[in-house]
Design a protein around this ligand. Structure first.
Ligand code: N01
Length: 536
């Protein structure tokens, strides 16, 4: 598909949900296009994160493409929240169904991308030494694709096996009869605990910070339930588009103060008991993420729920998030029997804040208190989120400017889509957009469709160079910060803030004011002839 010097209209980095739809869309537009993917299979996050219990915490019917009504109709989801293997099968199906496989180059980790201002071309190099040129570069690198392994001294001397949630062996791991240490209690750890506990002889969970987790109430779909849901699919999608997170959560439009105590209680119970998905707890009150008192009410409710499940009061208190963490300030975990698992005799929790992990030894993990002998260590320690994957590539824009220098104090962009100084490069669902605060598939489709329209119009008008202006970018960065400051999000040491990586700048990286407002803003920019972009 490339011409003799490997020149294409578009290169896309990453073959996850974003890269695959971008490929589909570019082909629909008649562009020559190739996707470069680091893995030896498609699927992005669902290719890498194969750990036990991995499943999506956004409902399958929402966390799926909406661009093809036929695809929606024919794909059969087995559960409300699909497990990782099923999502991967779905992605594989999409690739085959739309004939996209020949546009994807696997085992092609991009090392660098350099813009040539004379020729208006990007030169992209892979680690394997392939060199390609393209007019448009689309970064579909994902928000959570650079795993973080703790710098644990002595790990090389550990005699057992160790694993990271995001680099799980394809063949799986059998923990039967083993003593397992699990480090990290974010979404990945919380999902793994109940499943590993089924196999392991002893499971010791090292928790540095307790986060909030709400029950998923996952259920298998019956044929009738799925058929009924599909019959209402267009409505469901339309409601998702108008919901703050891009999935319908039946948000309560009243603030806590507008309700009686009885009504507040009923609302909390309704959401916790799973009248909807786990994330509905995030929308219990309209002012939950902006009013500390309201947020505390939800947090207290969640803490009492934990105390109601975990029988050992010491374990229960340890599992209760502290008062300084707003409910939802770190990404809410959605679990299946996480807290219940700590009632099992062979499952224990270690306070890794009070007793930090010092090192790995030949026999296990040592905290400043004692050595824990184990056969396997599982790291569920998260990612260099949002900006990590882009900074990992040596990206140089106009006049040789490096993206990693430009982003030394945190990621900046115009609308999350374009970056001043980096012409003809677009980012899908990255920093500066609702991205990780939203249903990612919805946000991906929004971005890819928007980029497609921009390119169609630009090409029709003979425009060859598209670049966000510095002024527009500065304004957007200010807007993102202002919106974040109206909320409780910046109070949490979350990966949204870059707080999970030593030395990473503390900047709230997502656009927090919701999917509908964000879409109106980018549509308005498009209607104003792409105001804020310089087109030449
Ligand atoms: O990572 P995390 P994750 N010593 O960063 C701890 C998505 N996701 O992979 O909080 C000890 O949330 C760290 O402790 P602390 C989802 O968006 C989605 O679980 O920094 N502990 C924390 O407990 C999610 O938010 C799904 O004090 C250390 C944990 O490791 C995002 O991915 C499933 C440590 C990391 O939690 C990331 O989730 C899974 C150290 N040195 C993931 N370093 C679903 O769709 C880190 N920690 C369901």
């Amino acid at each position: 598909m490339a011409d003799s010097v490997g020149r294409l209209d578009m290169l896309v980095v990453g073959a996850g949900f974003a890269g695959i739809y971008q490929l589909y869309k570019a082909r629909e537009m008649g562009l020559s296009v190739r996707v470069l993917e680091a893995g030896d299979g498609v699927g992005g996050t669902w290719f890498w994160n194969r750990y036990p219990g991995a499943r999506c915490d956004v409902e399958s019917l929402d966390y799926s493409y909406s661009f093809s009504r036929e695809l929606e109709e024919e794909w059969v989801w087995s559960e409300r929240y699909a497990p990782q293997a099923e999502i991967l099968r779905y992605i594989e199906h999409v690739v085959d169904r739309f004939g996209l496989r020949d546009g994807i180059q696997l085992n092609a980790r991009v090392a660098s991308a350099v813009f040539d201002d004379e020729r208006l071309l990007w030169t992209v190099r892979t680690e394997a030494g392939d060199v390609l040129e393209c007019t448009y570069l689309v970064m579909a690198t994902g928000g959570l694709s650079i795993p973080q392994r703790p710098q644990l001294p002595g790990l090389e001397s550990f005699q057992g096996r160790w694993y990271h949630s995001a680099q799980w062996p394809k063949e799986g791991v059998d923990f039967t009869g083993q003593r397992v240490a699990l480090i990290g209690t974010g979404s990945s750890g919380v999902q793994m605990v109940p499943v590993i506990a089924e196999q392991a002889a002893q499971l010791t969970v090292f928790q540095r910070t307790a986060n909030f987790s709400v029950p998923a109430h996952n259920v298998p779909f019956t044929e009738t339930a799925l058929a009924a849901a599909k019959a209402r699919y267009p409505d469901r999608r339309a409601m998702g588009r108008e919901a703050i997170t891009g999935q319908f959560l039946n948000a309560n439009t009243k603030t806590a103060a507008e309700m009686t105590e009885e009504e507040q209680r009923a609302e909390l119970e309704y959401r916790w008991r799973g009248a909807g998905g786990g994330f509905r707890m995030l929308r219990t009150f309209a002012d939950q993420m902006s009013n500390l008192d309201t947020n505390r009410m939800v947090a207290d409710y969640a803490r009492n729920r934990i105390r109601g499940v975990v029988k050992d009061p010491v374990k229960a208190e340890l599992l209760c998030p502290k008062d300084d963490l707003p409910f939802g300030g770190k990404r809410l975990c959605v679990d299946s029997h996480y807290y219940e698992t700590f009632n099992r005799e062979h499952v224990d929790i270690v306070d890794a804040a009070a007793h930090p992990i010092i090192e790995a030894t030949a026999r296990g993990v040592r905290t400043d208190e004692r050595e824990h002998e184990v056969d396997a260590i599982v790291f569920a320690t998260g990612f260099d989120a949002m900006s990590g994957a882009l900074k990992a590539i040596d990206i140089r824009g106009a006049r040789g400017a490096r993206l990693s220098d430009k982003w030394a104090h945190g990621p900046t962009s115009y609308l999350g889509l374009g970056i001043a100084g980096f012409p003809n490069m677009f980012v899908v669902a990255g920093p500066g957009s609702p991205s990780v605060l939203s249903n990612m598939v919805h946000s991906i489709e929004t971005h890819v469709d928007w980029i497609a329209r921009l390119l169609q119009q630009a090409r029709a008008a003979g425009v060859r160079r598209i670049e966000a202006t510095q002024e527009a970018e500065d304004g957007w960065v200010r807007r993102c910060a202002e919106e974040a400051d109206k909320t409780l999000y910046p109070r949490a040491n979350s990966w949204y803030m870059g707080a999970n990586i030593a030395g990473k700048p503390r900047v709230f990286m997502a656009f927090v004011a919701g999917v509908p407002l964000y879409r109106r803003i980018i549509e308005d920019v498009a209607a104003r002839n792409y105001q804020g972009f310089e087109m030449a």
